[in-house]
Design a protein around this ligand. Sequence first.
Ligand code: ADP
Ligand code: MG
Ligand code: MG
Length: 318
Amino acid sequence: MSDSTRVYSYSAVLMGSPILLKLFAHNEALASRVFRLIKQYEDLLTVNRAQSQVMDINHAAGQHPVVVSAPVYALIKCAKSASLLPQSAFNLAIGPLVKRWRIGFKGDSVPPADEISHLLTLTNPEQVVLNDDDNSVYLAQMGMEIDLGAIAKGYIADRVRDYLRQEGVEQGLINLGGNVQTLGTPEGGWSIGLKKPFSTSGAMIGTLEIENKSVVTSGVYERFFEQNGQLYHHILDPRTGYPLDNELDSVTIISADSIDGDIWTTLMYGMGVEKGCAALRSRPDIEAIFVTKNKEVVLSSSHLYRFTLLDREYRLTG
Ligand code: ADP
Ligand code: MG
Ligand code: MG
């Protein structure tokens, strides 16, 4: 590799995830500013700590609206409209169920059915009341909780891309624990690995080559527990209150904005391969790669990227 194409990598752990920034010029100061930006957004959006703007909204559920900053309001508004799409598996008000299941955290176990049905009554996205006049958010019932865990990384990845662009960076990559966002077209494009589900050695099923695109993967293997031979993973079905049960091991979305990757990975979990591919026909700007439990790799279409299959245990269809 000649010096002009040398990649400089910077890493940190933020939002409970490994963060990787790649630049084509050494710039430690810029990398620190990027990590600081990510941390500022994490501080606003997290629900894994006692205090944040989102926690302020949750603490005031059933009591009063809370005025939040413009980016938090915009993200909640976006998350609410994704939740209200027809048949949407995405639900920003899923918080009470996420907290109860504790999937991937200490003490996770299957909650009693009557508790789940009670918690489902606290997850109606219509009851996230937004007021554009003062950027306030009100949860109409006591016990309701917003959870932006499925969308925050994508939003932040897009803000990092915007920031890098504004700083005059022509080529860069940010990986926020599985949300990859890229800037520019380095020689040969960016090559992104598609993880092999449940592999403990970091094996890849294949690679995607992309330019100026986001790649988001959501997999059942990321966070789960097993009880009586059954696997319970961290993407919950807002209709039943249980983890989404279908043929998928993972879904990857290729799109311009990483926030769309976040929304659509969750939507695709709700629809499965067939309905998912049908829904994507009206969105040529968004493409999906489904990895199924019976080792099929299904491409909804592939105009936005090039896929190379590496693992011969898998069959490529679509
Ligand atoms: P990861 O955390 O591995 O990036 P996702 O992006 O798929 O995975 O987000 C999963 C997280 O989103 C869960 O940990 C939970 O906080 C939240 N969540 C779970 N189910 C839903 C759902 N149906 N709609 C919106 N958010 C969800
Ligand atoms: Mg995610
Ligand atoms: Mg997601």
